[in-house]
Design a protein around this ligand. Structure first.
Ligand code: FES
Length: 213
């Protein structure tokens, strides 16, 4: 009885090498997969919020009881770089308020950087206005510029009035006449304000009265 003989290497089935076309095809497939993974990752990265809640650039949630009463001095939120002001009747009828910039009652979040050259202005209680120490621009509590070299009213952040369910009841909108941000009167049911320091509306162009570069 004859024994089975193992095939020699030269007798085994020959391995089929990749053709040039197949090699290029696989290379193209791998490149496409890497590209899709990269662009998908970038999409996810850019869709994530850049800033956390409570840090500048992100959203600040202010309980309704922290809103300053109407016409009282503004309240500073240094970590958010804004002043919260509550425009009431006394502020609306302030004779210094330029008639070109009629205000409406409610809350505004004023960006605390001077719109002239970027200094930090401050609230001066005795003069009932904001004053910039660098070149003397002055702004009312409403955010309207009344003097100095600045050429627009103060910028504001978007404010939203939020109810207990998290729904938005009212929000800052660009005013129709000046395109600067409107004040928000928190409607009944408001439990907090949401200030988005990543969404700023520029103050309206304002070169009067006062001024001079
Ligand atoms: S930076 Fe404020 S007046 Fe110039």
């Amino acid at each position: 009885m004859s024994e089975a003989v193992a095939p020699t290497p030269s007798e085994q089935a020959p391995s089929l090498p990749l053709t040039r076309r197949e090699f290029l095809y696989y290379l193209w497939g791998i490149s496409l997969a890497v590209f899709l993974a990269g662009s998908g990752g970038a999409t996810v990265w850019f869709s994530l919020p850049r800033f956390r809640e409570g840090e500048f650039g992100g959203v600040f949630t202010i309980p309704v009881d922290q809103i300053p009463p109407a016409d009282t001095p503004p309240k500073e939120f240094p970590e958010g770089r804004f002043w919260l002001v509550n425009v009431g009747q006394q502020t609306l009828t302030d004779p210094r308020q330029p008639p070109q910039y009629p205000e409406s009652p409610g809350v505004k979040a004023l960006y605390k950087v001077c719109v002239h050259l970027g200094c930090i202005y401050r609230w001066v209680d005795t003069n009932d206005r904001f004053e910039c120490p660098c070149h003397g621009s002055k702004y009312l509590k409403s955010g309207s510029r009344i003097d100095g070299p600045a050429r627009r009213n103060l910028d504001v952040f978007i404010v939203e009035a939020i109810d207990a369910a998290g729904d938005v009841l009212s929000r800052t909108e660009p005013a129709m006449n000046t395109l600067e941000g409107t004040a928000v009167e928190p409607p009944p049911g408001t439990v907090s304000l949401r200030i988005d320091t990543g969404r700023r509306i520029q103050g309206a162009f304002n070169s009067k009265p006062g001024g001079g570069m």
